[in-house]
Design a protein around this ligand. Structure first.
Ligand SMILES: [Zn+2]
Length: 252
């Protein structure tokens, strides 16, 4: 209940004049996982409807960034794609010091991305981790084209980086060849999201244990670059990925 009240205060602050924001920010505490997710979901709906507020982008926020603890403010760690189609602070209608953003081509999670997630979860104490895929993903398209033999062989580093995504594309092309290309692309994008979540939970005991203990909430979604809206995926799939990663970690 306390979190809800404080989060309401936080949202109210975004609508007020600077002086009022200052007073409210002074007494604000960091929202918990559910309120953090609600704030980001509501920000995304504002962005998608064109009613964005552009909060936390003023000189007051800059002054706070220069003087206050980042961990007292950051709501979420977000792993998303480097594509220009996915500007995180814009699509969530947030600003400075709101999310610990990790952007990797194809939202692939390898050791360096896992390290950045661990920093967000353990040092910045973000109560929420979001994995965000998106439609029209360049990495997924490249992998599908490659799997279908429609493109030149991938360059060396692209080939290494996208290895698992290419495997997912190979499987979809093999098993679902009758589908429309855009349907295959959607399947690859979602399969890639779950694979990267499972990989993160497998290679990062810190993140896995935080998720198991429920001190960290994990939310996954697919951002539609045309509508600006995020399709939030079922939490049961997140739970399944956590269970698989836990079993695999015990076998290692
Ligand atoms: Zn992408």
């Amino acid at each position: 209940m306390i979190d809800l009240n404080l989060a309401t205060l936080y949202l109210t602050a975004s609508n007020c004049a600077d002086t009022m924001v200052q007073k409210i920010e002074d007494v604000r505490m960091k929202p918990g996982p559910d309120d953090s997710l609600r704030i980001l979901k509501e920000g995304n709906l504002r962005f998608a409807s064109g009613n964005f507020r552009n909060p936390h982008r003023d000189t007051l926020r800059l002054a706070m960034a220069g003087s206050e603890e980042e961990s007292d403010h950051v709501l979420a760690t977000v792993l998303s794609c480097s594509d220009s189609l996915v500007p995180l602070e814009i699509l969530f209608d947030i600003g400075v010091m709101d999310v610990h953003a990790i952007r990797s081509f194809g939202n692939i999670c390898s050791a360096s991305e896992a390290a950045a997630v661990e920093y967000g979860v353990k040092v910045l104490k973000t109560p929420l981790l979001i994995l965000l895929g998106h439609t029209r993903c360049g990495a997924a398209r490249l992998s599908l084209n490659s799997a279908q033999g429609k493109s030149d062989p991938l360059d060396r580093n692209l080939s290494l980086h996208l290895k698992q995504l290419r495997n997912a594309a190979d499987k979809v092309v093999k098993d679902f060849s009758g589908l429309e290309e855009e349907q295959m692309l959607s399947m690859i994008i979602e399969a890639n999201l779950w694979r990267n979540l499972e990989e993160l939970l497998l290679i990062s005991p810190a993140v896995r244990e935080a998720a198991i203990s429920e001190s960290l909430k994990i939310a996954c979604g697919i951002y539609d670059v045309s509508s600006g809206r995020i399709d939030w995926l079922a939490s049961t799939s997140t739970d399944s990925a956590l269970q698989r990663a836990s079993k695999s970690s015990k076998r290692q």
